[in-house]
Design a binder for this molecule. Structure first.
Ligand code: MEV
Length: 389
């Protein structure tokens, strides 16, 4: 039986892939202090009771189960993490673990703290004579205070509506005025809080403006809630100078070519979406924001950048907005998401988002290395057959 390492290197579990599912589960149980009930739920394929299924969606007639896996080797900001991933794609978990292993030699991943600001939007169809910006800006603090009174818990945690910005936009249906409200959602993904807040603000604004208040909704582009993650990947572990140069060629290819850039970014999202799904986060919001960010400079670009350091190791950097939470939505309702968060052992949304950035970068470097070497089918199939982790 495998000897467990101390928690300082708890994500390094050499030979994890060689164990039976039962043995792996036993190790994760010990490392993450899972209860017998949690263990049983995982053994049962995370099968939710009929009642919970029926409550989660509409017209439910059954369930749909996917593999729940653990990626190993992750060292993020000097802390070891076991990464829960839910994906149907073979070799994604192996590739993430492999990419994380390549980063360990130089200290793993370094990720910046994340601001939990999410934008809520109010669409106003202006009446010509009304100076909407003046009316709103002259009472901005009062409006912010008023909407915050509906969210005392959020405010007590340091969150709440923080600012309002006003933009005039020209549309095919004429001029519109858009209120962008910055909301600190603390540890939530934010959609429920922000949508409720915007609906409350809409009611208040009806009394202040004669213009028509229309949509009141979150923006799924959280441009201030950004994961910024870097790592150094060892040249020799990558396969030497030839492979490193080919990886740089692949990056140049992605920078110059839309068709390649989409696939490059898809590789990054293989990891982030799998973590997002495991932790009960909104995978569609995460994906939409990532691809919008990739095209923010007027051209769709790769989300990661690579260059060489002085020793010709590969330095990677991934930046993307990510709205993920550790409370709210189904994160604390879905029993398997709860287990995922327990295994991950994160305290805040900022920590989760930083880890997601690291997972995306690990996934990306592993895919690029495979492409630079023997090709994705052969290399990933080898990984899938568990030769490299
Ligand atoms: C496969 O799911 C993802 C890759 O195609 C990503 C890439 O090409 O960079 C391997």
């Amino acid at each position: 039986m495998m000897i467990l390492k101390n928690s300082a290197s708890k994500s390094r579990i050499p030979g994890f892939y060689n164990l039976s599912m039962e043995e792996r589960l036993d190790i994760i149980k010990k490392l993450s202090d899972l209860t017998d009930n949690e263990l049983q739920l995982l053994k049962n394929g995370g099968n939710l009771g009929s009642e919970l299924k029926d409550k989660s969606s509409e017209n439910v007639i059954g369930g749909f189960s996917l593999p729940f896996s653990i990626a190993t080797n992750f060292l993020v900001n000097s802390k070891d993490y076991l990464i829960p991933m839910v994906t149907e794609e073979a070799s994604v978990v192996a590739a993430a673990s492999n990419g994380a292993k390549l980063a360990r030699k130089y200290g793993g991943f370094t990720c910046d703290p994340v601001k939990n600001i999410v934008i809520g939007q109010i669409q106003v169809i202006p009446k010509k004579e009304e100076a909407i910006d003046q009316i709103i800006l002259s009472q901005k603090d009062t409006l912010l205070n008023e909407i915050n009174t509906h969210h005392p818990t959020l405010v007590s945690l340091g969150g709440g509506a923080k600012d309002v910005n006003i933009r005039k936009i020209s549309t095919s249906r004429g001029e519109m005025v858009i209120l962008d409200v910055d909301v600190d959602v603390v540890d939530a993904m934010g959609a429920n809080i922000v949508n409720t807040m915007m609906e409350n603000l809409g009611i208040i604004l009806k009394n202040e403006l004669s213009s028509k208040i229309q949509a009141k909704i979150i923006s799924n582009f959280p441009i201030q809630r950004v994961a910024t993650c870097t790592a150094i990947f060892d040249r020799d572990m990558l396969g030497g100078e030839k492979i490193v140069n080919r990886i740089l060629d692949l990056c140049a290819f992605a920078e110059a070519d839309l068709y390649r850039a989409v696939t490059h970014n898809k590789g990054i999202m293989n990891g982030i979406t799998a973590l997002s799904l495991a932790t009960g986060n909104d995978t569609r919001a995460v994906e939409a924001a990532a691809h919008a960010y990739a095209s923010m400079r007027g051209k769709y670009e790769p989300l990661s950048k690579f260059h060489l350091d002085k020793e010709c190791n590969l330095m990677g950097k991934l930046v993307l907005p990510l709205s993920m939470g550790v409370v709210g939505g189904i994160t604390n309702v879905h029993p398997v998401s709860k287990i995922a968060l327990k295994i991950l052992d994160v305290a805040t949304a900022s920590e989760l988002i930083q880890i997601a950035g690291a997972v995306g970068l690990a996934q990306n470097v592993s895919a690029l290395r495979a492409l630079a070497d023997e090709g994705i089918q052969q290399s990933h199939m080898k990984l899938h057959k568990r030769k490299f982790i």
